[in-house]
Design a protein around this ligand. Structure first.
Ligand code: C2E
Ligand code: MG
Ligand code: MG
Length: 752
């Protein structure tokens, strides 16, 4: 139920039902009927003729008697007298009138009108005086109205003074029913077309007999204006409503659920049509929606002309609400599915159904961020579009989807693997030619991730191809094929974003601190903050595994600032206890280039009021800084702000020495792969000893990582290494443990 209400359809139905309860749709229905009856307007039936008493301001009993006598001679089928009867002028004239009336026998009926429109049975009627009309029939006329006093229905009969009188319409139509309560006038009758003649013509013998003979004649006073209004015309002569009523009674049906619920049937029909449309595919969808609109706008009127009163108002409200919600959703979705370059993005690729038998390819452009950093902003979109055009030309695919970075995705007809790889190699060759954007020229390269796992949902496949492409990029390989057995991981990776949030919230993600020792002074002088994740179901997840995923999921920024903030808290606490305590944090290679990195770091240290010199930022080498001007700039600025810089895992990256040359660093951390082997491998010992010398020559401090035994530590002391870190000296641990260890170490030094 909750989900139904949250859905667009459910919400729209609810709003429509609310308008039913509040009768809020009545104005809409009102406009609809007015317009509808105007459109379907037709001439009045020829069988009813009006004689209008408009020649004299007042008629005496004698004059009326004379008129009735003349009328009777025209041999009408039946006469209805719908005017006031003058009485009490003189007995002779009254008697003449009574005589004239009697002469009609049963063929004359007098009309009593309700003074005002009201509920059916509680109206006062101006009844004609029995003294004059004798036992002649009396019919009444009264209307049930809508909120604007427009007539909507009428009763078959009305109780007046304990007697039941038929309504004029039922008399005119010759339809009587003791069972049905009300009927619905047919306002399509154009009141102006009811044949009418001035009474003077009767008096003057100026009427051919054929006009009135055999007809129903209503003698009516012109000032008898209908108390209720008439759809399509508003104010009409009173008798027009009765004629419309008689026409309504001639319809085959007389069905309504009342003013409140009369809109439910059309609403139900339209909701069913729209729901069916929402479930089917494009062309049929349009057909269902068209039917829904027809059912709303067109159906009620012909139904009403047959006597079935189903109002369109709630269906109209439903369509309006549903339609605008859908349009709005479509618009926001279009924005969501478009990348900044104006090309559809990878989410759009995942949302579009893939043709059967297709491979999914994602190409990542090497050094894309660098290109953007060099280009003025207004050319960024052009850069993406040019790459997309090149891919499109090479792959023969019309639509290329663009991720926010240098990722481009598309689907291709699945070929045999060999052919597909050849094809992609060919596409890669197209990128050998440099890209020219504006006045800038770039040498670039493309790496592909290929997903051939048909049968998996598209979102999973896009992510698989994307992950493979990133892997190809970082391994420097041309093409990486996504293996299906890794798909099991995909949902986990996809939801990583949410899981990291959750982990941070509930404390599953926490920060461990590994002490760093000053070798010469044999004291703890700092710590490295290392992130930890104890996942409730997956157990401990190593940072190596989830840092990479966090980078892919775009969560690394938040995670880094979270670490920095916490590490600062720890550093402030430990610095309050004794001599200078240095805190190291790791900076993901992905983040080094970020334009807001420096300002964010600066803001955090300002806010926390810590001297940045107490913080060491560890960076690992991924590619030469010379090719990454933004990274080099950021690191230089961080150092200018006062942060210490450390080159982590020295000796393992592609460009260790280049890093050392380009980066104004303070510290170098020799990777544990070399350190752990110095006791067993003389070659590694030589490398480490010389690295220490080199670093010292460049004015750097040296940290040795991964010291697991006292022998290794002794050798490093020998070699003049400055700082030591490793399981032998202290494992990464929770802050309380580090604090205890630090206190113990301080006490030991003080007592020595
Ligand atoms: P790293 O910066 O080189 O961190 C040192 C790693 O060596 C840590 O692994 C530490 O637990 C481990 N280690 C320390 N002493 C010894 C030893 O004696 N023997 C052995 N075998 N290992 C030792 P950990 O915590 O698994 O971290 C792995 C990597 O994850 C780190 O390498 C770092 O690059 C990254 N990392 C950890 N925390 C963060 C973080 O907050 N942000 C970022 N961006 N990366 C982090
Ligand atoms: Mg580190
Ligand atoms: Mg390291």
């Amino acid at each position: 139920m909750r989900r139904f209400v949250r859905s667009t359809l459910g919400f729209s139905v609810l709003v429509a039902l609310l308008t039913v309860v509040l009768s809020a749709g009545e104005p809409l229905a009102h406009v609809y009927w007015n317009v509808g009856y105007k459109i379907f307007q037709r001439n009045a039936p020829a069988g009813i003729v009006l004689i209008t008493l408009n020649d004299r301001p007042r008629w005496t009993a004698a004059e009326l008697a004379e008129l009735l006598n003349r009328l009777r001679r025209q041999m009408p089928r039946r006469v209805y007298f719908d005017a006031a009867i003058p009485t009490g002028e003189n007995a002779r004239d009254d008697a003449a009138l009574t005589k004239a009336i009697r002469s009609f026998g049963d063929d004359i009926t007098f009309v009593a009108r309700g003074e005002k429109v009201d509920t059916f049975n509680s109206i006062s009627f101006a009844m004609p005086p029995r003294r004059i009309i004798g036992s002649a029939r009396v019919a009444v006329s009264t209307w049930q109205t809508n909120f604007l006093d427009f007539a909507v229905a009428a009763p078959y009969q009305v109780l007046v003074g304990g007697r039941s009188y038929p309504t004029l319409s039922t008399e005119l139509a010759g339809v009587h029913s003791a069972f049905e309560r009300s009927y619905f006038p047919d306002f399509a009758v154009d009141p102006a077309t009811i044949p009418r003649f001035a009474s003077q013509r009767l008096i003057d013998y100026d009427m051919p007999t054929s006009i009135l003979a055999g007809r129903t004649v209503i003698v009516t006073a012109p000032d008898r204006v209908a108390a209720a209004r008439y759809f399509g015309h508003a104010t009409v002569p009173a008798v027009a409503l009765d004629v419309a009523g008689a026409e309504g009674l001639a319809r085959p049906f007389s069905l309504s659920l009342g003013q409140t619920f009369g809109s439910l049937p059309i609403l139900a029909l339209v909701v069913v049509l729209v729901a069916a449309g929402a479930r089917t595919h494009r062309r049929r969808k349009a057909a269902f929606y068209a039917l829904a609109v027809l059912a709303t706008f067109v159906l009620p009127m012909p139904l009403r002309l047959q006597g079935i009163v189903f109002a369109p108002d709630c269906a109209l409200i439903f369509l309006a609400v549903y339609g605008s919600l859908r349009l709005w959703q479509k618009r926001t979705r279009r924005i969501q599915l478009t990348s900044a370059s104006g090309l559809p993005n990878l989410l759009a690729l995942a949302a579009d159904p893939l043709p059967v038998g297709s491979d999914l390819v994602v190409g990542v452009i090497a050094r894309y961020e660098e290109m953007l950093a060099t280009l003025p902003r207004d050319l960024h979109g052009e850069c993406a579009r040019q790459i997309a055009r090149r891919i499109s030309a090479g792959s023969g695919t019309a639509t290329i989807y663009h991720g926010e970075g240098g990722q481009f995705g598309w689907s291709e007809e699945a070929r045999p693997l060999e052919m597909q790889l050849d094809h992609l190699e060919g596409l890669r060759a197209l990128f050998a030619a440099p890209l020219t954007i504006g006045s800038h020229t770039f040498d670039t390269n493309i790496h592909f991730g290929l997903d051939r796992n048909e049968g998996f949902d598209t979102l999973t496949r896009v992510n698989s191809a994307l992950a493979s492409a990133n892997e190809a990029l970082s391994n420097g390989r041309a093409i990486e094929l996504f293996e299906a057995n890794r798909l099991a991981e995909a949902p986990w990776e996809l939801s990583l974003h949410a899981r990291i949030e959750e982990g941070l919230r509930n404390g599953d993600i926490w920060l461990a601190y590994q002490p760093q020792w000053n070798i010469a002074e044999n004291r703890i002088c700092g710590a490295e903050a290392l992130i930890r994740w104890n996942h409730p179901t997956r157990g401990p997840i190593t940072p190596d595994a989830f840092i990479l995923q966090a980078e892919r999921a775009g969560r690394i920024d938040a995670l880094t600032y979270w670490v920095l903030d916490l590490a600062i808290t720890a550093a402030l606490a430990l610095n309050a206890r004794g001599p200078r305590f240095q805190m190291s944090v790791n900076l993901s290679a992905q983040m080094v280039d970020k334009p807001d990195l420096v300002s964010n770091f600066a803001n955090i240290v300002n806010r926390r009021g810590i001297d940045p010199a107490l913080l060491t930022v560890e960076v690992t080498e991924t590619s030469s800084l010379r090719n990454r001007p933004a990274a080099c700039q950021n690191l230089t600025k961080l150092r200018e702000l006062g942060f210490r810089l450390s080159i982590d895992d020295f000796g393992t990256g592609e460009a260790s020495l280049a890093y050392l040359a380009d980066l104004p660093s303070d510290e170098l951390k020799i990777d544990r792969r070399f350190v752990s082997r110095i006791t067993s491998s003389p070659r590694d010992a030589t490398i480490v000893a010389n690295t220490i010398a080199l670093a010292h020559a460049l004015g750097q401090l040296v940290v040795a990582e991964g010291i697991e035994n006292p022998e290794t530590l002794a050798m490093l002391r020998e070699m003049g290494c400055d700082l030591a870190q490793g399981y032998h000296l202290g494992r990464p641990q929770a802050f309380d443990l580090l604090e205890q260890e630090y206190d113990a170490n301080l006490n030991m030094i003080r007592s020595a």
